[in-house]
Design a protein around this ligand. Sequence first.
Ligand code: FRU
Length: 441
Amino acid sequence: MIRDDLHLRAPGNWLNDPNGFIYYKGEYHLFYQHFPYAPRWGTMHWGHAVSPDLVHWKHLGVALFPTKDYDQNGVFSGTALEADGALRLYYSAVRYLQTDGEDIHLAAGDRFETSQALVTSPDGRHFDNWGDKRQVLPVLTDPALGDRKDTRDPRVWRDGRGYCMLLGSTRDGTGRVLFYRSGDGLRWTYANQFASPALGRILECPDLFPLGEGWLFLGSPMWSTDDGLTYPHQAMYARADFDPETCRLSLNGPMTFLDWGLDLYAPQTALDREGRRVFIGWMRMPGPVDDAPDGRGPWNGMMSLPRLVERRGDRVCFPVHPNAAAAFRRPAADLSPLAEYRPVRVRTALREGEALDLGGYRVSLEGGRIIGDRSRVFDGPAGHRLTAATPALGEGGCDLDIFLDPHLVEIFVNGGQYVLSHVVHGLGAGLAGPRCDLSTL
Ligand code: FRU
């Protein structure tokens, strides 16, 4: 059986967004956008994995797949909640206006329409894709509300008033969030919307939850970094005010990158066993790789480490989830475990002007900012960003907690003040720079 430690990958072929992330009946469920036939994007299914601890993942195969007229071309992203003991999975159902003649997994001219649908599973193990699916919101026909194609990724939660649904959408080239309300989670009425250029041209994968005295809004605005470099779409967050009565949302500050490496996308949050807010994001990769020792074959796309969302005074911080950190129990002398696909944790501190070389990946502190440079360990096509920087760290030093995987570097600065993650094509075993504390699983 294929298992993954720390970073969930597809059991083979393609993975993108995390979906239906939830702690349910004593275990974590993580579904994901999955194309099971090739290591590229295509007709979307929901792959499914479970974990006791957010560290060790067991693959359970495909949970959701197209069966209905309205979702015949894809089961797009969505979220989970528990209702009367059952697991509800809300998702966007996609129907192409016409398939591409040479590739039925793509829409001709990228023309399709989207509705919102629900699958109810009695136990998180059985998914009746014929009997237990229903459409809960039809395709939007009123352009004043939102787009009939680009309205997707239902985020649904329950509160004292019933159920609330957020959808990412667009109108007149401006990203927006649509709000719907429901008493039973099945019949929905439009409640409100919020639009802003800060939400890009199209907003994907919105999320909203209380944090401290206010709320935190998370989303992936398309064309938020419109500078010609890959990737133009980025995961961002902002402090927010939200009135659940009227579904009135306002942002209390700029949209800020969730991860400064700019590879992470479409994050999704859940509450962990202890009630803490945790998120996982999709790490975009420039192409498939085929080096996994378990023979899963070519795969493309992986999940980030689970990260907490914490208020610290005026800041929002994203520390690594303690279960992931605690899994690194064995001391290591160098980075050689990576050659056997075992991750390595590197802890150190940098002073201004110092640099660390991690098997060809360079981390430095320059002008008060952490710079990550993957130019020697990245073989993606031209146009990809090779270096990335955090904002200036300010007072209080620079402690680094770095998690290395053969294809991913995740740098937690000052316990999550900033996080910078970079996809790489492989790392050597060499290590140079200030003294480091190394460990492995
Ligand atoms: C984000 C996204 C979602 C959509 C899904 C399709 O990466 O484009 O908006 O539901 O991926 O795979």
